[in-house]
Write a protein that binds this ligand. Structure first.
Ligand code: NAI
Ligand code: ISE
Length: 336
């Protein structure tokens, strides 16, 4: 029997996840969808040719007896209420990042899940499933480059819409690095600073872009992450780890190298959907398989919380211009 899924939010990633659950992955079926834009939800059902009912809102969808597990793919600020409602209904829930837009919101989810007594939540941090990041972690863990001393990272999007605000560079964009770099280094952040270079003329008036986030870990590794969401030229994710005896870089996505018209070139992807397509497939298949086996795994509500603790400090640093200290609360035994 396939797992019956309900999807809240039928925008860009909601549509992408509905498509992959319906056409690519094994063992699930989307039976319910909703969006504050109900017409759009109905259009997605028609376009993807799925037999799904359109529910009036997320709470009705979560309560529906036919929905066995929930995917939350709506805007970030709505995640907390839907994840809490899914936990209250005892239903497994895959929530796109961020788990909640504040650490306090994530903490409520952690407490509700622990009170339930069993893991129900998987957070959509897909980079630990990416083959490039996994290969990079294997090199670091092998000791081949010695202890990591510095990381130079970049998170570049070609452009963003007018709803994207300066703090979203942290809660919506950098949140991926805040999660994946903790995992990569098996270390925690102890301080952060955000500096703003000269503003790009391509950024809308209200948005400070680019930004450089400087993180320090408990073991003293220094990390710089350039977040540049109007870079125009492509969707570009970079990570270079400088160790004591060598340097390891995140591999570039595999693209055909072209010699043509007196040029040697490699195409650059333009969209996160293509850059991480395999990782999204693997993370969601893991959720489906985990729920069917009665054991939700993958990035946990605690991982969502840990990233949000760092994100809160980054936002304080954006506003103050100061170095902000932070401390991760101890991980409860519940989260392994
Ligand atoms: P989007 O703006 O394309 O879609 C969001 C949809 O949610 C819209 O259709 C909107 O009407 C709907 N919505 C908002 N509030 C709602 C509510 N209360 N109830 C029902 N529907 C509601 O945004 P996008 O790009 O699809 O992002 C959605 C979420 O997924 C965000 O949290 C984003 O950070 C995350 N995301 C994750 C990615 C990843 O790489 N893991 C990639 C892209 C998005
Ligand atoms: C978007 O929501 C994502 O998660 C993408 O992976 C990220 O690159 C982008 O900046 C976010 O807005």
């Amino acid at each position: 029997m396939s797992l019956k899924l309900g999807v809240i939010g039928t925008g860009a990633i909601g549509q992408d996840h509905i498509r992959r659950c319906s056409q690519t992955l094994l063992g699930s079926q989307v039976v319910a969808v909703t969006d504050i834009n109900l017409a759009q939800a109905a259009k997605v059902v028609a376009e993807l040719k799925i037999a799904a009912e359109v529910y009036p809102d997320g709470h009705a969808l979560i309560k529906a007896p036919e929905v066995e597990a929930v995917l939350v793919t709506s805007w970030g600020p709505s995640h907390e209420e839907f994840v809490l409602a899914a936990i209250a209904a005892g239903k497994p829930v895959f929530c796109e990042k961020p788990l909640a837009v504040t650490a306090a919101g994530c903490r409520k989810i952690v407490e509700a899940e622990m009170a339930h007594g069993k893991r129900l939540v998987q957070v959509g941090f897909m980079r630990p499933y990416d083959s490039g990041y996994r290969a990079l972690k294997a090199v670091i863990d092998s000791g081949q480059i010695g202890e990591p001393l510095m990381l130079h990272c970049a998170h570049r999007n070609p452009r963003v819409g007018e709803n994207y605000k300066t703090d979203m560079a942290i809660t919506d964009t950098l949140i991926h690095e805040l999660d994946v770099l903790r995992w990569l280094l098996a270390d925690d952040y102890v301080s952060v600073q955000v500096v703003f270079p000269r503003k790009s003329s391509k950024a809308l008036a209200h948005l400070r872009d680019p930004q450089v986030v400087l993180l320090e870990t408990a073991r003293g590794t220094r990390i710089d992450v350039e977040v540049f969401v109007n870079c125009q030229y492509g969707y570009d994710i970079q990570c270079e780890v400088v160790g004591e005896t060598g340097i390891a870089r995140l591999p570039e996505p595999s693209q055909v190298q072209l010699r043509s018209e007196a040029k040697l070139s490699n195409a650059i992807l333009m969209d996160w959907k293509d850059r991480f397509i395999a990782a999204y497939d693997v993370e969601l298949q893991a959720f489906i398989d985990g729920v069917r086996a009665g054991q939700v795994g993958g990035p946990s509500a605690w991982d969502g919380y840990a990233a949000a603790v760092a994100a809160d400090a980054c936002i304080e640093a954006q506003n103050s211009g100061q170095i902000v200290k932070l401390a991760q609360p101890p991980r409860p035994a519940f989260y392994g």
